[in-house]
Design a protein around this ligand. Structure first.
Ligand code: ATP
Ligand code: MG
Length: 409
């Protein structure tokens, strides 16, 4: 028996989450059903991906069969104002009353319910503490607490919440990982072109993890060079060393870190590629997505400045963009020398003095591995992300939700 969680955003930006507990054969059926329903119109929404009401039947059957071995189950789908049967996880919409409390049914130890046109959910647990946590969970922190509690227990579980309601927080999780729908919403808003901006910064990096040094450098360059936008581009394929984060996790951390700055955005142009991406190709690709007269500034720390002339296609790269070289503790002198060398190559290099913060991803990874505090070195959301996904603890990363998502797509 396994579990899966699929979450996505509809064509018009509505987050939808789907989950199931299944055996292999059933899983294949679910995937087929999901694929068939792509592009279906639900009321005012067209789905990029959605669920079939038959999934509800299937889950119901599976739940009944495995009732003894499942200690917790939760699911919900957010389809607002849908007028036709949306196939909420547990039955057609309209079967139950609007009020969640009135609508709840208890069956074989499971709690199920639907709300017409809004959400459908089911939750069941034999664990009192889990029930209590689920019952009062609303905010992001509540769900993290519940998730961590269930994970410790080692049982099979799925939680999905739609995020309707005031403080409510849409998320999907299973034993292997957790995704907040706010993340998917932000990802769905990823800008695919940069027309209309005249001065654009490109902040490339492994961002493993992204930290305040990166954010301070980017913000300082943005302000000093008067940029309209800074695009963070996490590098693609890395060599998958033990204790490193996957592309998808690095991308999601960059999203979380930059969400609150309207000038910042994140691009998956490199992380979405299967092969190694070279900066020169990325910048060439980006240029096609910008106005012809837009000026690009590639932001680099002093440490990178030292070896950038050795990058593949450096001449071509420097003909396409200027460089904004940012100070970084420990590298400034050699970096400064390198700047002279760069200019000899004919590159346009602007020097930007940023407040010096001696923070590096390597040191953060080391601190996490050794169980030391990384507070204030990186945004709280990234710190949370590292903790709840168990990153940098020394073990190779598990496939988790990402591989489940890939498997289903
Ligand atoms: P690692 O330790 O894994 O190499 P890192 O902290 O150097 O990580 P990267 O993702 O390698 O982070 O860096 C991306 C870009 O950000 C590079 O151009 C780097 O020079 C710059 N940078 C990283 N940290 C700082 C910092 N503290 N101050 C200024 N620039 C920084
Ligand atoms: Mg580095």
């Amino acid at each position: 028996m396994g579990s899966f969680v699929y979450d996505t955003v509809t064509a018009d930006g509505l987050p939808i989450a789907v989950c199931g507990i299944c055996e292999t054969k059933a899983e294949a059926e679910i995937c087929n059903a999901l694929n068939r329903l792509r592009d279906t119109v639900f009321g005012s929404y067209r789905s990029a991906f959605t669920i079939d009401y038959r999934l509800g039947e299937l889950i119901r059957e599976i739940l009944a069969e495995y009732a003894d071995s499942i200690s917790f189950f939760g699911a919900s789908v957010g389809i607002e104002n849908a007028e036709c049967p949306t196939g909420g996880v547990f039955g057609a919409v309209g079967e139950e009353t609007e009020s969640a409390e009135e609508g709840i049914k208890y069956e074989k130890g499971f709690m199920t319910g639907t709300r017409p046109g809004k959400i459908a959910f089911a939750a069941g647990t034999s664990d009192k503490r889990a029930a209590e946590l689920f019952g009062r969970a609303e905010s992001r922190q509540d769900y993290i607490e519940l998730y961590e509690f269930l994970k410790k227990d080692g049982c099979e579980f799925i939680i999905i919440t739609d995020g309707s309601g005031e403080e409510a927080c849409g998320m999907a999780a299973d034993r292997n990982g957790i995704v907040f729908l706010s993340e998917t919403r932000y990802m769905a808003c990823e800008k695919k072109d940069y027309f209309g901006y005249k001065r654009i910064g490109i902040m490339g990096g492994t961002f493993d993890p992204i930290h305040n040094g990166h954010l301070i450098a980017a913000e300082t360059v943005r302000e000093q060079l008067g940029l309209d936008k800074v695009i963070f581009i996490p590098t693609g394929k890395t060599s998958y060393k033990t204790g490193r984060a996957s592309e998808s996790h690095r991308y999601r951390m960059a999203c979380a870190a930059t969400e609150s700055n309207g000038y910042f955005c994140v691009s998956s142009i490199e992380t979405a590629k299967k092969d190694i991406a070279y900066t020169v190709d990325t910048v060439a690709e980006l240029k096609m997505l910008c106005d012809d007269d837009a000026e690009l500034y590639f932001i680099i720390g002093a440490d990178v400045l030292e070896d950038i002339t050795g990058w593949k296609g450096f001449d071509r790269l420097s003909s396409m963009c200027a460089f904004a070289a940012v100070t970084r503790p420990g590298y400034n002198k050699s970096g400064f020398l390198a700047m002279g060398k760069l200019r000899e190559y004919g590159a346009d290099v602007r020097f930007v003095e940023a407040p010096s913060v001696d923070i590096s991803s390597s040191n953060i990874r080391k601190a996490v591995r050794e169980g030391r505090s990384v507070r204030y070195l990186l945004p709280e959301s990234v710190e949370d992300f590292i903790r709840i996904h168990g990153l940098y603890r020394g073990k190779a990363e598990q496939g988790g939700i990402d591989s489940i998502l890939k498997g289903l797509a």
